[in-house]
Design a protein around this ligand. Sequence first.
Ligand SMILES: *Cc1c(COP(=O)(O)O)cnc(C)c1O
Length: 381
Amino acid sequence: MIKQYLLSPGPTPIPNEVQLAMAQTMIHHRTPEFAVVLEEARQGLKTLFGTRNDVIILASSGTGAMEAAAANLFSPKDKVIVVNGGKFGERWLRICRAYGLDVVEIKVEWGTAVEVRAVEQALQAHPDTKGVLIQASETSTTTLHPVREIAALTRDGGPLMVVDGVTAVGVLSVPMDDWGIDVLVTGSQKAMMLPPGLAFIGLSDRAWQRTAETASPRFYFDLNSERKGQAKGSTAYTPAVSLVFGLCAALKLMREEGLDRVYARHDRMARATRAAMTAMGLELLSPDHPSPAATGLYVPEGTDGDALLDYLRARMGVTLAEGQDHLQGKVIRIAHVGYMGAFDVIVAVSALEMAFRKFGLPVTLGRGVAAAQEILLEALD
Ligand SMILES: *Cc1c(COP(=O)(O)O)cnc(C)c1O
């Protein structure tokens, strides 16, 4: 047997409390019992999203909530600005084009954050813009975009600020109402400590208003029909009942830890991982604006990153993530998101050191681990 460690940025490990909650006996979804569970989940999501408004629960992966945003908030030919700094920025682009939107793309080099000024200039050049779509944390490049500063540009009657928060919500504070974010989206299988299968979308007052004025086709992802049902304790279609049980358990774990501590834990794991990679002499994919959800690093010149990942998974039981597109084989991503803690970082770093040794790369065993330990000790103060 090789014990398995899932250290990828989704799916992520599931706490026992959540597993057990999901194993409860199935109940019918049009019952007072399910209404109670749904209401508890809805309240917990509002706190997590930092909003007074409704957060809608959908049975889909995170991309479903992204599609719901495009379908409900815009009409064909509406102009939108899309920040494209990685795989998920590219996904916004493709969804918007599928809905016939007129897309102004701001292309950002992978591993760097968009400049606030670039968005400001695009907004000035395109005063008819109806929405700005962006990632808070671009998971593919392990980079944070300056969402708070950009949201400040779209407030007070400007275009809608639409944020893919999939590896941000539950990782760092992204308070919708305070920052003036109009739409915030996340999915279950990353920071939410759940299996894949649920997506969440919160809308501001003016975003809800917009949904009544738009003409894009929508059916399964009609947010207004979901809103009406969910406010009364039922969903428009059959919900993922077991996952909603799990959601309540996951939200309870976050509440018990305290959101500030959840965010501090992610920040600490990320700093420890970066310190370890630097101590190992490796170059970070996103040195200036790194995401607290995952750390990307360039493998040494001439090394096949994918072969290294295969070795880590097959021989050591440690699953890390690959680089995508042009970074495939050149980059490795170590996740520290969701149900993870100090010793997941230690596992990732020590496994990487050992794999380096096996691949004949220069490495001093324990150097990266020690650098991580120095930072992880903070939690014991
Ligand atoms: C994982 C992820 C998504 C959603 O992907 P799904 O596979 O549809 O759940 C969207 N945006 C970001 C930034 C992600 O990391």
